[in-house]
Design a protein around this ligand. Structure first.
Ligand SMILES: *Cc1c(COP(=O)(O)O)cnc(C)c1O
Length: 383
């Protein structure tokens, strides 16, 4: 039987060759492929700087650190995300404040943000859920009014555009964060990046990535040519050069890959139009989703059947997934005293949503097969 996961990487012969070439060179890490990859990422998203990390999660940690987030601070984020978005703030001793979502997009409801701002609020961390850009212009206006930082978790949104602005260009945020996990738009195995237009953030991110050690910008007078200086408590969050080579090779296909994801979405949209079982998100004018995910949302009359529908889709060879369990419902967060029911739209969304296969190497015949299978399962499970 055919099996289609919800997301999958594509590795070309050129990707393999690029990695092998670095493996046979002198520098497996801390070589020239890292700045080369960083320059290309910055160019791709239209930011001044990019700094790569060994995961999207470490990139989030570094960006939050660079923003000055720390103990006793609060930051506003969405519960409809991967746990890393809020975990990265917990690493720094800060407190996530969850704001409910807009049930149409799955993104943070920008109308509810201001209500949650207190004297302790330091930053807003929105997520472009499924690759559909959040209204950063509106969030920027709120942040300006209350002197807050914005770090957008753009792990789903490499290649997305909001009103002509590329996500990651940091026109309306301080820093943007990307992930290069294999299900994302480009992959380095594990990996991530922060983009920014600020030189201060850029230098801070570089130092944080490598133990807090600087090799050129010193506080003390150097003892000699060997001198290096640890200035803050950083981590080893470095990406390797062979991973960067893979990323460079992958990045060359980003545009065509996002275009293919958008074509696939278009085929799904047409096939799903006016169906009795579920809703889906259609793009609005001037908003270009990068379609990391394609999610269907069961209508209220069918949401009680989600468990069975999900299980029958899996049995039918569709590697569907659910994005996401609202973050604060996880046992760790429940122990921190977040209450069930606090974001009712997110909890309802969780009951309805299913991510179906979406990755650029899907063929049209396979997409049609997936569509037939989905309707077959829905018919038989709901009758
Ligand atoms: C993938 C992802 C991350 C980062 O994940 P890593 O596996 O550490 O690269 C963070 N936030 C969101 C929303 C993600 O989807």
């Amino acid at each position: 039987m055919k099996y289609f996961p919800y997301g999958h990487q594509y590795i070309s012969k050129g990707d393999v060759d690029a990695v092998v070439k670095v493996l046979q060179s002198d520098y497996l890490t801390q070589g020239t492929k890292i700045p080369e990859f960083e320059k290309l990422i910055a160019k791709t998203v239209g930011s001044r700087y990019a700094v790569v990390f060994n995961s999207g999660t470490s990139a989030l940690h570094a960006a939050y650190f660079a923003s000055g987030l720390g103990k006793k601070d609060e930051f506003i984020t969405t519960p409809m995300t991967f746990v890393a978005t809020s975990n990265a703030g917990l690493y720094l001793g800060a407190t996530p404040i969850f704001v409910d979502i807009d049930p149409k997009t799955g993104n943070i409801d920008t109308d509810l943000i201001e209500n949650k701002i207190t004297k302790k609020t330091k930053a807003i961390m929105p997520v472009h859920y499924s690759g559909y850009p959040v209204n950063l212009i509106k969030i920027h206006a709120i942040a300006k009014k209350y002197h807050l930082k914005i770090i957008d978790d753009a792990s789903h949104a490499l290649g997305a555009k909001y009103k002509g602005e590329k996500i990651g260009n940091c026109k309306y945020s301080d820093m943007s964060v990307f992930s290069f996990h294999p299900v994302k738009h480009i992959t380095t195995g594990e990996g991530g990046a922060v983009t920014t237009n600020s030189k201060d953030y850029f230098q801070n991110l570089l130092v944080f990535r490598t133990h807090g050690i600087s090799k050129d910008n010193f506080i003390k007078v150097p003892d000699g040519e060997w001198y290096y200086e640890m200035q803050l408590l950083g981590y080893n969050y470095r990406l390797t050069d062979f991973q960067a080579a893979l990323g460079i090779s992958q990045l060359a296909r980003l545009k065509s890959n996002v275009q293919r994801r958008r074509e696939i979405a278009n085929i799904y949209d047409k096939a799903f139009c006016d169906n009795p079982y579920f809703d889906y998100l259609e793009e609005k004018d001037k908003i270009k989703s990068a379609y990391h995910l394609y999610t269907i949302r069961l209508k209220d009359s069918y949401k009680e059947l989600k468990k069975e529908i999900f299980s029958n889709l899996r049995k039918g060879g569709l590697g569907v997934q659910v994005h996401y369990i609202p973050v604060y419902l996880h046992p760790y967060y429940q122990n921190l005293n977040y209450k069930k029911g606090m974001c009712s739209n997110a909890e309802d969304f969780y009951q309805k949503t299913i991510s179906i296969p979406m990755f650029p190497s899907l063929k049209n015949s396979e997409i049609n097969y997936i569509i037939r299978k989905i309707f077959e399962v829905l018919k038989s499970t709901t009758k």
